[in-house]
Ligand binder design. Sequence first.
Ligand SMILES: [Zn+2]
Length: 286
Amino acid sequence: MRKRLWLAAVAAVALGGVAIAQAWPPLWIKPSPPAKVGDNLYYVGSEGLAAWLVVTSDGLILIDGPMEQNVAGIEANIKALGFSLSDVKILLNTHTHFDHAAGFARLKADTGATLAASVGDKPLLEQGVYPGSEDVAWLRFKPVKVDTVLQDGDTVTLGGVTLTANITPGHTPGCTTWTFPVKIDGVVRKALLWCSTTVAGNRLAPRPQYPGIVADYRASLARLAAMQADVFLAPHAEQFDFDKKRAAMARGKPSPFVDPTELGRRFAASRADFEAELTRQQKAAP
Ligand SMILES: [Zn+2]
């Protein structure tokens, strides 16, 4: 249902940018308490939209700034964990869609943190628009200045914790998959925070959302499929079964977040979804 609503909303954009009354999936704006994934990683987003807090000895890194309606909940979660907003030193983004980036302007003002983002998504953050849908008012969000520009393979380090920016374009031109260490039950694991390779409302054919989008998706899917990770994370809660894992966490060890087979399964499914949607759009073309 959540997925259908979202697809319907974005499909309307894809079909010509008509102004429609937006109906957010209710879980997107339903607050969630913070959830511990590992010693240095907490989920601080809403029930539907993820935001991640990486804890280091020199302060915090917050990954993703969902919608403006989520900011109060994220800030409450940071405080509930015993931190102050000024402990947040760096803001990072998976991708510049409004549901993962519209909250950045306020989060940046409230925390005083710097924002690091990919070269491909920087213009979108600084203009507050969705690529190829500049005329759709409700997709716009408050622009935010990018302080550090990241290229593929660049790293961000704070307090001895290093995160690597793997640029996996398609879903947005600068879509960034983050890899970083997370300590779970005493063992350091490799976490992969998927940027997303879903088509969502992106136009693939005959008028692509941006030039080269199909080649970008295919290259990113191939690259991601060849990666390895012990812990699979994603921008939407249902994309990594947050509900199920949170319930399993409450039952104790072993951590349900540690599953080296999950990434392969997710990307095989994502690749099949992408090719099916590409075929559908090509056939539907006049
Ligand atoms: Zn997205």
